[in-house]
Design a protein around this ligand. Sequence first.
Ligand SMILES: [Zn+2]
Length: 333
Amino acid sequence: MGRWIEVGDRAWARRHAELDLTLGLVVGDRACLVIDTGADEGQGAAFAAAVRELTDLPWSVVLTHAHFDHCFGTAAFGECPVWAHPGCRADLAATGEAQRSAWVEHYRQKGDSEAADRLARARVVLPDRPVETTAEIDLGGRLVRLAHPGPGHTGHDLVVHVPDSGLVFAGDLVEQGAPPSFGDAFPLAWPSALDRLLDFAEPTDRADRLEPTELAELAELAELAELADRAEPAGRADLADRADLTDRGDRAELVEAAYRVYRAELAEPRTVVPGHGEPVDAAFVAAQRAELAEVAGLCRAFAAGELTRAEALARSPYPEPFISDALARPVSS
Ligand SMILES: [Zn+2]
């Protein structure tokens, strides 16, 4: 039904054969965050059980967007906070039943009546924690950021940034193993959304709260933090041993802060978990961004009458029907 891939410190991607779907989990000291819930309650329940193999901590859910395969499993997680962009809630309320009937039909035609029946039964749960631009969730000892990087795969994509691990769960803004999907996309804006995703490197709030002298000490620890980064968790203990802060009562805390600050500072995402396919690195995202910029150029030229459909298809980095979907989308967001 699925398999876990560890993608960072107490962070996992859950891979599924069906639709090549990838869900996520980030665990803190007091709570965990479930990223997307699967295509129906059966898949959601299996995912919830898999989460319970890794942690007993209370969960909240974040939905990356309103496509059924990412959110029709939410009911399996019971009463809990469900974070999403307000546009996700609106879209789910408006299109949930249409998505259901289209995909039930798809599965019936494929002869997969079991998947069709499960989807037909799934209860749609509307998110109750709106995130217009950004939000932080404190999982206990670790902050996770939710951010809407602008329109892209949909008008309401939300990404999950885990600064202390240089990790981003991208939803369908990034796609591995198949071309990006343009059915509800904003092709002209999508490259900028990936720029923002690749930009997740601002200092943490923790750094803002430190005194300048502390920051100077932290700077001296940068090299050690990098060492720790390469060899955790052993390197992390090594960092604590080697940091020359023995006169400070809060040495351990400062070392921990150094570790977190420098992890965050280096946090151009080193691992990006797509909504479908295997985890990728920032270089993969940059390459996909370049292809999406090509598509944006074709959409712009086609809308302006400078290219025929056939010319746009011939120049597209992606095959049919992906490029036709893109050409059919609005050129403004
Ligand atoms: Zn999608």
